[in-house]
Design a protein around this ligand. Structure first.
Ligand code: NAP
Length: 248
């Protein structure tokens, strides 16, 4: 998308971290943005205020992406309010780490329901409008864990690998309708999700990253903004790693 005036983007998990930085980046690029989040009302209201200064419409709604009916209702209200959805970015995600031998069913299902079903619910709802307009860009946030696997994260790694298969299949299915679908696979990014790491784990992680630092949410958001733009018009079905070289 070159001129993004009146273009509309949907972002899940917009209240914090990578989703929040993505809302900022897309608003900066001229998109009106509808974002959702699970619980952090305060951050959502602050984000609305910050981005309003950019002269675009930004609205945040409390929607659990694991709940199909809530997602459908949110997306149809957004299409009604904004007219259409040109781009969708699925950044909502959680971790519930445990070695498999200790994994509780609830931990498994929470992660799959949010990370993988959440992507299905959003894409299922936006794709029809995009097909009708023969235009659209979807970016699903995966993880290097979905490419290589992380110990104690069988649930998370499975959900993120699922996102990659899903995105590639959808890219094949909808390319002829003018829709591009890509996945972004970040390594360690400085957000609340990695803030819980203890010093030892952080040190170990840093020593295995050739660039010797974690990435920022803004760096991931810039890649996402590029992927939804016309500059990436010939990119679909790609899995772009942004990981400081950790997977080399
Ligand atoms: P974060 O800082 O923990 O933020 C997660 C966001 O997702 C929050 O806005 C949260 O809303 C929202 N969310 C969580 N569950 C939700 C649900 N059921 N429905 C709607 N929104 C929900 O996470 P992050 O680090 O930015 O991660 C963003 C994405 O990147 C995730 O998919 C994650 O797996 C992926 N990723 C992150 C890293 C990393 O190192 N940080 C690496 C690879 C991949 P509330 O604030 O309201 O709870």
């Amino acid at each position: 998308m070159g001129d993004t005036t009146n273009r509309v983007a949907l972002v899940t998990g917009g209240s914090r971290g990578i989703g929040r930085a993505t809302v900022h980046a897309l608003a900066r690029d001229g998109f009106d943005v509808a974002f959702c989040y699970r619980s952090d009302d305060e951050s959502a209201r602050t984000l609305e205020k910050e981005t309003a200064e950019l002269g675009v419409r930004v609205t945040g709604s409390r929607v659990d992406v694991a709940d199909a009916e809530s997602v459908r209702a949110w997306i149809s209200a957004t299409e009604e309010e904004f007219g259409q959805i040109d781009a969708a970015v699925t950044a909502a995600g959680i971790t519930r780490d445990n070695p498999l031998v200790l994994m509780e069913d609830e931990q498994w299902h929470q992660v799959i329901d949010t990370n993988l079903d959440g992507v299905y619910h959003v894409c299922r709802s936006v794709v029809f409008g995009m097909m009708k307009r023969r235009s659209g860009a979807i970016v699903n946030i995966s993880s290097v864990a979905g490419v290589y696997g992380h110990g104690t994260q069988t649930n998370y790694s499975a959900s993120k690998a699922g996102i990659i298969g899903f995105s590639r299949a959808l890219a094949k299915e909808t390319g002829r309708s003018g829709i591009r679908v890509n996945a972004v696979a970040p390594g360690f990014i400085e957000t609340d999700m990695v803030a819980a790491m203890n010093d030892k784990a952080r040190k170990e992680a840093l020593s295995s990253i050739p660039l010797r630092r974690m990435g920022t949410a803004e760096e991931v958001a810039d890649l996402v903004a590029y992927l939804v733009s016309d500059r990436a018009a010939y990119i679909t079905g790609a899995v772009l790693q942004i990981d400081g070289g950790i997977t080399i």
